[in-house]
Design a binder for this molecule. Structure first.
Ligand code: ACM
Length: 505
């Protein structure tokens, strides 16, 4: 973008106010064309000057106690082969500043004669690094030519999530690590793991070893079985934390429990004859024997105690979807109270709104038209996952094989982008969901997740006034090499101009 000279000087001198030289920059502006500056999710405010900062090496000045941001920066610089050994090289500064306007996750990024990243927290600095990473090319070059920008950015929502169903079909620790890296690039911060369902139980519970011996060995037809040990999950939690991502575990109860019933038959009522593992896709048939509270609540408590010891997440998901039972509301109310007494905030799927619960319990909305007003009036905060916009197990286009029960035309990128969260006044954020009845390989997971997750990130991070699909298409289209560099087998979305070209992976 070519700017009028006066504006250039103004931007240059804004950089000067941030401690970066003004006079010298004016020369650089006159000499250099501005390189592109494409960022997803689009920042709250971004001023682009007409010049560029050229460098081949950087000198890192990280006085701040921000270990996660420093590690992320080091990873970017190593990947791009940018030397940090030369003390005379262009400075890149990470600093913690006490500016309340930045909140817990906001940041400021100024590229002038130097690169300055500032935030109140390590998390904020981590996001500054991610924005810088998108301004840089995806691959190593002899010399870098960076757009001169001043970015002030804070997220619209605190909850920017994706739920992965590892119960129907398992995803390996290796895949989840890659997925967390990819989430981090787009400033997504909640990874909800749907750890249990009819078709599989994926979390080691030491007091109930048969849950994984039996329940971990089954999967949906043609899906993958498996389970995570507690050690693996603790490793994943730490891996995610270092990248600004909180893992939110879900134990789905009191329905969707066939894998648990097949492992511990006493959790079922006496008249239940089918106690084998299940590989179908129908829902709503299995339920804990709620008429045996002494058996069921002991199990629930023991399981939740182990879950809570693994996952430091402030919120714990207890499921509560798709089951009709006279004691359902009682179960949800008691289990939510149990989680609360353990010092965590429960999350329940929308149906749980019928239960007596503290108003801080989060409800996750998943049917577009669900009558949630009464629950909102009680004060329950919402996580927004309306299926016709955010269930990305549905096709990228109408007719893509897989789930279509919520929306026959699929959930194309544009549809995701056009979800309007504004009417949901108590929403804490947005969460897409990848169910895996029909998603059985890493490549298929990638194809469903990307690039739609980038649209989710913009919905959850960027203010409504900054969002436009046309702008998103242009910026995300240009970021294709970044997805290639992360080895993502994304859907070659025609709207982004990707359909005709061969991906680099
Ligand atoms: C759901 O899709 N049953 C939450």
């Amino acid at each position: 973008m070519k700017l009028p000279f006066k504006l250039e000087v103004l931007l240059v001198c804004l950089a000067a106010a941030a401690g970066i030289g003004c006079d010298k920059r004016a020369t650089a502006v006159a000499e250099t064309e501005a390189p592109p500056a494409h960022i997803v999710p689009i920042p709250q405010s971004m001023e682009i000057a007409a010049g560029a900062l050229r460098f081949s090496a950087l000198r890192v000045d990280a006085a701040a106690a921000a270990p996660n941001a420093e590690r992320a920066l080091e990873e970017v610089l190593t990947t791009l082969n940018i030397s940090t050994k030369d003390t005379a090289a262009t400075p890149i500064q990470l600093q913690l500043v006490d500016d309340p306007a930045l909140g817990e996750e906001g940041y400021r990024l100024v590229v002038g004669d130097a690169i300055q990243l500032s935030a109140r927290t390590d998390a904020g600095l981590l996001y500054a690094v991610q924005s810088l990473r998108q301004l840089l090319p995806a691959h190593s070059q002899a010399e870098y030519n960076l757009a001169q920008v001043t970015i002030n950015d804070v997220p619209a929502y605190r909850w920017r999530g994706i739920s992965l169903d590892v119960a129907r079909s398992f995803l390996s620790v290796d895949y989840l690590e890659k997925h967390i890296d990819r989430m981090a690039m787009f400033k997504l911060n909640r990874l909800h793991l749907h750890l249990t369902d009819d078709q599989g139980w994926r979390i080691e519970i030491k007091r109930y070893p048969k849950l994984t011996e039996i329940g971990g060995a089954s999967a949906v037809k043609d899906g993958r079985a498996g389970y995570y040990t507690q050690e693996e999950l603790k490793h994943l939690v730490a891996y995610a934390q270092a990248r600004g991502v909180t893992i939110v575990p879900e134990i789905d109860m009191p329905g969707h429990v066939q894998a648990a019933l097949a492992s511990y038959n006493e959790l079922a009522c006496k008249d239940v004859s089918n106690l084998s593992v299940y590989s179908g896709v129908e829902v709503g048939f299995s339920v804990f024997c709620l008429e045996k509270p002494e058996v069921v609540y002991l199990f629930v408590r023991n399981v939740l105690e182990e879950v809570i010891a693994i996952f430091p997440s402030a919120e714990i998901h207890i499921g509560g979807d798709e089951i009709k039972h006279p004691l359902y509301a009682d179960f949800v109310g008691r289990t939510a109270a149990m989680v609360d007494a353990m010092g965590r905030t429960p999350i329940v799927w929308e149906e749980g709104s019928v239960a007596e619960m503290k108003p801080n319990v989060l409800l996750q909305l998943w049917n577009d038209g669900y009558a949630i007003d009464a629950a909102v009036a009680k004060g329950h905060p919402l996580i927004l996952s309306p299926c016709s916009y955010l269930y990305i197990d549905h096709g990228n286009y109408a007719g893509q094989p897989g789930a279509d029960w919520c929306r026959g035309e699929g959930v194309p990128l544009k549809r995701v982008y056009e979800f309007n969260p504004a009417p949901f006044k108590t929403a804490v954020g947005i969460e897409a969901a990848l169910w895996t009845e029909f998603v059985h390989t890493d490549a298929s997971a990638d194809d469903h997740l990307w690039p739609r997750l980038a649209a989710v990130s913009e919905l959850a991070w960027s203010p409504a006034g900054q969002r436009s699909y046309a702008g998103f298409v242009q910026r995300m289209g240009a970021l294709r090499p970044q997805l290639d560099a992360l080895d993502i087998h994304y859907y070659a979305e025609p709207d982004l101009g990707w359909a005709d070209a061969e991906p680099a992976h």
